[in-house]
Write a protein that binds this ligand. Structure first.
Ligand code: NDP
Ligand code: KPL
Length: 296
């Protein structure tokens, strides 16, 4: 049994937290708002009763075996007090986020030498209220095939989450960005669900963002096959019309979106490699200009 603190009890944090409780670990949720019960289930299924241990102040915490950082990419700095309270010399910090800059984001806010475990998250999920989340159909996590990646995956043995190390983490991480960069931006900018991909011109924009992501990912060392673009486009076109994603959910609620981690990153890293990213250049300022506090 491991002692685990989950910072950020949102859609992903609650889902993986429920799995870790099922796997027999001591799980504490570090939250801004208290909740007593955890109601987490696969869509359409009854949530089993799980008691939640929740703390709302970092002073109530001490260093643990594992910290799972599940806040949004732009919320990492805001989680510093929680990290200060929970990370000791033996603590490993798993970063469950989208984007490809997990280490760059978290290294400045943890003690030098802290073991970081970036995680590719394939858990489509939404949180409806504190303590309540629904995941949709699959719950997969990927880490690098390192001793700490393996140790992280072992935490989920016997739970509904499938966690596994991959020999090519960089490529898997960029493949996930190839889903998130076009999907998140288009839904956040249009305020529409996945049916928008069938509107005139939208698929072309998605394909262009995807092509830029593939080119930059390859320059960063990811092995991305030639057929990835059309295979991903086919998945977008076949998505259920009312399907959404977390950028859509954030925009719909008037929250800040992860445009920097999912789209500006393509521009940033493209520049480093001298690669043109004209469509991302255009959409990033539009995403950045979306008004926080105004549901869209
Ligand atoms: N949702 C999804 O389907 C998927 C999401 N991801 C990625 O996983 C990561 C997490 O996403 P998701 O779970 O959807 O995000 P959510 O917005 O649902 O959850 C983030 C949580 O972090 C909390 N939080 C933010 N700042 C702090 C803080 N300073 N102290 C304590 N808690 C804090 C928020 O609290 P509060 O409610 O108080 O704001 C919220 O509960 C993102 O990088 C996302 O892109 C990856 C795959 C799928
Ligand atoms: C569920 C999925 C894959 C949709 O793009 C996602 O990562 C997100 O919503 O953030």
């Amino acid at each position: 049994m491991a002692n685990i603190v989950i910072i950020g009890p949102g859609a992903v944090g609650l889902s993986v937290g429920a799995a870790l409780i099922d796997a027999g670990h001591q799980v504490v949720f570090a939250a801004r708002q208290a909740f007593a019960q955890l109601k987490v289930a696969n869509a359409g299924e009854m949530a089993p009763r799980r008691r939640a241990t929740v703390v709302t102040t970092p002073h109530a915490l001490a260093p643990v075996d594992w910290v799972l950082l599940c806040v949004k990419a732009h919320q990492v700095e805001g989680a510093t007090a929680w990290l200060n309270a929970t990370v000791g010399p033996q603590t490993r910090v798993a970063i469950l986020q989208n984007g490809v800059e997990h280490r760059e984001r978290v290294t400045p806010v943890v003690p030098v030498g802290t073991v970081l475990v970036p995680v590719v998250v394939d858990v489509p999920a939404a949180r409806s209220e504190p303590g309540v989340a629904e995941w949709r159909g699959r719950a997969g996590l990927l880490t690098a095939d390192t001793p700490e990646g393996q140790a992280f995956c072992a935490l989920f043995a016997g739970s509904f989450v499938t966690a596994r190390p991959t020999p090519d983490y960089v490529s898997e991480n960029w493949k996930k960005l190839c889903v998130n960069a076009p999907g998140g931006a288009i839904l956040a900018l249009t305020g529409q669900t996945m049916q928008v991909f069938h509107q005139p011109g939208i698929a072309e924009i998605a394909r262009a963002i995807l092509s830029e992501c593939v080119a930059v990912g390859r320059a960063e060392g990811a092995e991305l096959p030639d057929d990835l673009i059309e295979a991903q486009m086919a998945r977008f076109m076949a998505a259920a019309p009312d399907d959404t994603n977390s950028m859509y959910d954030d925009r719909a609620a008037g929250r800040e979106t992860e445009w920097d981690a999912r789209n500006a990153v393509i521009v940033r890293k493209g520049r480093l490699h001298g690669l043109p990213t004209p469509v991302s250049d255009l959409i990033v300022p539009l995403l950045a200009a979306q008004k926080v506090g105004v549901p869209g």
